[in-house]
Design a protein around this ligand. Structure first.
Ligand code: TPP
Length: 1073
């Protein structure tokens, strides 16, 4: 509230009819309804002020308060009338004036409507003390709302803060909170009654309270076990909502039944950790001891949200307490959890992950609300907070596909550690997605397990912000700090958080201030580094004991009942433990977080659908894509864009496409088939290189846009194209999460320039490269990475192709069996696809192939820059029609291919350099003697086609030419693989499945195709062999030579001349015979 508004508000507390000069007369006594009466029609009677002069009024008023003579007599009269109860419009007595009132003047009474009455005009002086006391009380209330949290008793250890739990109501409040307001009002005023402003709810139904009581209630609301941070929020409505939720007397009331449920949940939480500690004392489990309240807290959030209509919860969390959450929140079978401790072999595919990183998905009944709910915990790597955007993307996708446009049915919940929450930048990046139209999940509930330590580092050394939660302030999220040893306070905060999210669809943070009873893990000794803290911790009773003692003393439960609850749960644990002992293997499939029910059913795991399409479809999409909106006469298009559309239409007439059209036809044809397409990244709507233009902007009307691909067919799937925030880490993670929800969607993230992906490296390394292996979770996510040496300097050239290839999971020394399904089998066995297309038609096919495959694989696609407009980088419609397909290798088709025996050199290359090589070859007149083959799919390596090409040119020297430096690009990947392709007999290996020990993913998903293996308990030795090897046994002693730039530390020169010289050298090296 600005000062002028504050003043008017202050004045509006005045009561008509009060005797002027009576001490505190206008601070007390008026009813709330009178005080808040709306401005009357008499406002116009005081036309000497307007909204913009409110500051001036305020100055006059302040000056008048300190000395009525310091202002003009007319102001003096006005204020006297106003405070003595003059009705609106009647306080003003016009002074002799030379000028007419201004037309835009607004009367003061519109700001302070309840002030004035002409009959009340009096010269009696106003007591300064009255004014000051009033201001002080207002200030005190506001101070508690703004700073009460600073002295709240949040820390169960009592280390960090001035604990006020024992504060007596008559004791002066902490200066930290009230600053110097108590210089104006003191202990002697404690018994005086003050009228309560509308900005507080501490009065409940009362409008006045003694100061003593006001302070007591404010301390109860803001300085006990809950510290509320919210006054930075820019919405008065939201601030008032929060005030009401914490200040209303009795708001934290819990029934005996609710308390018993809370005790039972706390008992389970505690019992689970205690049981594991007993049974697996030397195993790491990152237990929850010291924050056992987390389990009841999460359950409370779920109960409350479920009662408000939420059906699905997508959750992300770190290691701490994860097993407990899996068991007690998700109801993951205890046997599955115990088996993870037993060191058993895996019974299915995948390399697996440690138990405290695993995900899960369950559908179950919420017993409190009697509603069915879905719960998913997203699997994550050790990299703290990295899962946050993935959870958001998955949540957003669930909302999108359920038509849940306001997030009423699907809710994301993110758990954090205190050190990670403040330390990891991805937290900030993810927060910034929270309100973006195409990325919002309509509010996330964040829960911080704030044990006041990160591994061995305490907060003084690990963050510069006062709270670990300060990052959440950037999105105006309220932050509820709460002492985790006060279970009922925690439950209250959880309810408020769920209500907040339901009401405002915005993020909210619950900061569970707790401690960590053991070391970082159960094997660590915390006394090495935090001796004082741990001395204190050792003296603390566990929360369960404190709370059950409390309930016993309140008579809510008896000691026997509390024990009975513990014993019952102990029995459940023991039984599950015994059952787990009978298991002989663990199954990764038990931990899938995003099952795709129905997707794999009835599909041949090694058969892809065709990607070529009917020419009519191509023409239709191309025409739409080249046209202005249907209401073109009303929609003013930029002239430059109209030229682009015209040029596109010309291409349609010539039955050709360029890069942008190839992409558009891929998208459009998938949309036609009901496949949702989502393209996200920085500036993707136009395209970094201004080639895409998927969104046309009306040049005269703001927000008037046209998205041609969203209007191709009446019954098509939705097309989402969205410029993202300037974040790679969060946005790539988000799109990965989105892609996990629905396999029948093409989800694409595009980097501005390819190299920027490295700020999202964790998503690439920890999730995309290894996700299927660790968590048997598939994704068809596509990464478009602009790549190529165009003389644009070191940072805009290389998408670091070499890194993706280095993380590719195929063995360079193993030649898979050649068979009719060689290509798709390779795709199925690898962790991701890495490709660099040189033609728009191949781009079209590879994008469509993502959906045509019977499984999902990430696609890492190097995309061009200059090729976007290269006159030769075009494709005829013929290359996309039915019967055509993605070409893994585009073989030489020119003169050299007609007389292969006479070819002296066979150059393999990939991407844009092909066009440089062919132009230079032509110029040198070497088209007969040098063949150039393009490797469009680099990984999995097209052994069969490479071998075919090599065999075709038996006399040719083999060269690999690339524009990247020798220690970069594809060279180190292709070199050993070409050698393997040539020397087959040395590398002959049965098909990958035959050599696998455990069940492969497709055996699990397609059990009907593998009759000998049951999907659940198949023995590795029973795993069926796949097709027979047809690998030719032959040997070629040629070796491949490198032709390209030498090694370098930097990906590219910053000097244009050097760039051109390097290119010339490269071409000479490749082509000189
Ligand atoms: C990105 C990242 N950096 C470092 C680590 C190693 N590490 C694991 S737990 C941990 C401390 C985390 O502290 P906090 O977030 O407070 O959670 P707590 O373990 O206390 O529950 C660290 C540094 C990690 N897992 N991830």
């Amino acid at each position: 509230m600005n000062r002028a508004r504050a003043m008017s508000y202050l004045l509006s507390r005045a009561s008509p009819g009060m005797p002027l000069g009576a001490s505190r007369a206008w601070l007390i006594g008026a009813t709330r309804s009178k005080a808040s009466a709306p401005p009357s029609a008499a406002l116009a009677a005081e036309p000497f002020l307007n909204g913009s002069s409110s500051n001036y009024v305020e100055e006059m008023y302040t000056a008048w308060l300190s000395d009525p003579k310091s202002v003009h007599q007319s102001w003096d009269t006005f204020f006297r009338n106003a405070v003595s109860g003059a009705r609106p419009g009647e306080a003003y007595t016009a002074p002799p004036s030379l000028a007419e009132p201004q037309a835009n003047h607004v009367p003061l009474t519109s700001l302070a409507p309840a002030l004035a009455s002409p009959q009340m005009v009096s010269d009696a002086p106003i007591s300064d003390k009255v004014i000051d006391d009033h201001l002080a009380v207002q200030g005190i209330i506001r101070a508690y709302q703004a700073r009460g949290h600073l002295v709240a008793a949040l820390d169960p250890l009592g280390i960090d803060r001035e604990a006020l739990s024992e504060r007596h109501p008559t004791t002066l409040p902490s200066k930290t909170v009230v600053r110097n307001y108590f210089d104006y009002i003191g202990e002697s005023d404690m018994e005086r009654s003050f009228k309560l402003p509308l900005s507080t709810f501490v009065g409940g139904s009362e409008t006045t309270l003694p100061l003593k009581e006001i302070i007591k209630r404010l301390e109860d609301a803001y300085c006990r076990s809950i510290g509320v941070e919210f006054m930075f929020i820019n919405s008065l409505e939201q601030c008032n909502w929060i005030r009401q939720k914490f200040e209303t007397p009795g708001i934290m009331y819990m029934s005996a039944q609710e308390k018993r449920l809370l005790l039972a949940r706390l008992t389970r939480s505690h019992g689970f950790e205690a049981f594991l500690a007993r049974k697996f004392s030397s195993e790491k489990r990152f237990g929850l001891e010291g924050c056992e309240i987390l389990i009841p807290a999460m359950k409370q959030v779920i109960d409350r949200s479920t009662s408000l209509g939420v059906e699905s919860f997508v959750m992300g969390m770190p290691h701490r307490g994860r097993l407990n959450v899996l068991s007690n929140v998700c109801r993951k079978p205890l046997e599955h959890i115990f088996c993870q401790f037993a060191g058993l072999d895996t019974g299915d595919e995948g390399s697996g992950d440690v138990k405290y990183h695993l995900g899960t998905y369950v559908e179950r009944l919420n017993r409190v609300t009697n509603k069915n709910i879905r719960l998913a915990i997203v699997a994550n790597p050790s990299h703290l907070e990295a899962v946050n955007p993935v959870v958001q993307g998955k949540t957003r996708a669930e909302q999108f596909y359920h038509g849940d446009s306001e997030g009423n049915k699907v809710l994301s919940v993110l758990l954090h550690g205190d050190a990670a929450f403040s330390g990891q930048g991805i937290v900030y990046e993810t927060f910034h997605l929270s309100e973006l139209p195409q990325y919002t999940t309509h509010g996330t509930i964040h829960v911080v397990v704030n044990n006041q330590i990160g591994f061995t580092t305490d907060p003084r050394m690990s963050r510069s912000s006062p709270y670990c939660t300060d990052v959440a302030r950037v999105v105006n999220a309220p932050i509820f700090h709460v002492n985790a040893d006060d279970p009922e306070a925690v439950m209250h905060v959880c309810n408020v958080a769920a209500d907040w999210r339901h009401t405002f669809h915005k993020d909210v943070v619950i900061d569970l201030v707790c401690y960590r009873r053991n070391g970082h893990n159960e094997i660590d000794e915390p006394m090495f580094t935090q001796p004082l803290m741990y001395n204190r911790i050792r003296k603390l009773k566990p929360c369960i004991d404190l709370y059950s003692d409390k309930l016993v003393s309140e008579g809510v439960v008896t000691k026997e009942e509390a024990k009975e609850v513990r014993d019952k749960y102990e029995k459940i644990l023991e039984e599950a433990f015994a059952a787990a002992k009978m298991e002989t293997r663990v199954f990764n499939k038990h931990w899938i977080d995003s099952p795709w029910s129905g997707f794999f059913e009835g599909k041949d795991p090694l058969r892809a659908s065709p990607t070529g399409i009917h020419e009519d479809t191509i023409t239709h999409i191309c025409r739409r894509f080249s046209s202005a909106p249907p209401n073109a006469s009303d929609f003013v298009i930029h002239r430059g864009l109209q030229r682009i559309l015209n040029a596109r239409m010309e291409m349609v007439k010539e039955r050709t496409i360029d890069w942008a059209m190839g992409e558009a036809v891929a998208f459009g044809s998938l949309l036609k088939e009901g496949i949702h397409v989502r393209l996200s990244g920085q500036d993707v709507e136009r395209g970094t290189f201004s080639h895409r233009h998927h969104i046309l902007h009306h040049q005269k009307v703001d927000k008037s846009q046209y998205n041609a691909l969203a209007h191709l067919y009446p019954d098509q799937a939705p097309y989402t194209v969205c410029n993202s925030s300037l974040s790679e880490y969060a946005v790539l993670g988000f799109e990965l999460g989105f892609s996990m929800t629905n396999p029948n969607a093409l989800v694409i993230w595009e980097a501005q320039f390819g190299d920027f992906h490295n700020t999202a490296q964790c998503i690439i390394d920890q999730f995309i490269a290894s996700g299927q292996s660790k968590w048997i979770r598939q994704t068809g996510l596509v990464l478009l990475l602009p790549h190529g040496m165009e003389g644009m300097g070191p940072e805009h050239s290389s998408a670091r192709l070499e890194r993706f290839l280095q993380m590719t999971s195929d063995d360079p020394d193993i030649l898979p069996a050649f068979s009719s399904d060689f290509a798709i089998r390779q795709l199925s066995d690898i962790n991701w696809i890495v490709a660099s297309c040189s033609t728009p038609a191949n781009l079209f096919h590879i994008l469509r192939r993502q959906i045509a495959l019977p499984f999902r694989k990430p696609l890492i696609l190097m995309t061009p820059k200059s090729l976007l407009r290269h006159p030769e980088a075009k494709s005829p419609f013929d290359d996309m029609v039915e019967g055509t397909e993605f070409q893994r290798v585009i073989p030489e088709a020119g003169p050299a291919s007609k007389n292969p025996a006479g070819v002296k050199r066979l150059i393999f290359c990939s991407g844009k350099v092909y066009y440089d090589l062919t132009a230079a070859r032509k110029e040198a007149g070497l088209e007969e003697s040098i063949a150039i083959s393009r490797m469009e799919q680099i990984a999995p390596f097209p052994y069969d086609l490479v071998k075919q090409e090599c065999d075709k040119y038996p006399e040719a020297e083999l060269v690999w030419s690339q524009e990247e430096h020798k220690n970069m690009g594809a060279w180190s990947y292709i070199q050993p693989r070409i050698a393997t392709a040539l020397n087959c007999e040395k590398h002959l290996i049965p098909s990958a499945s035959e050599s696998q020990e455990s069940q492969s993913w497709y055996e699990y998903w397609f059990p009907w195709l593998f009759p000998t293996s049951s999907p659940s308990e198949v023995s590795p030795s029973e795993a069926p062999a796949t097709t027979q090897s047809e690998t030719p046994v032959a040997s070629d002693t040629r070796v491949v030579r490198y032709a390209g730039r030498p090694v370098s530390a930097s990906p590219a020169t910053g000097n244009k001349k050097t760039h051109l010289r390097e290119l010339k050298n490269l071409l000479e090296d490749a082509l000189a015979l």
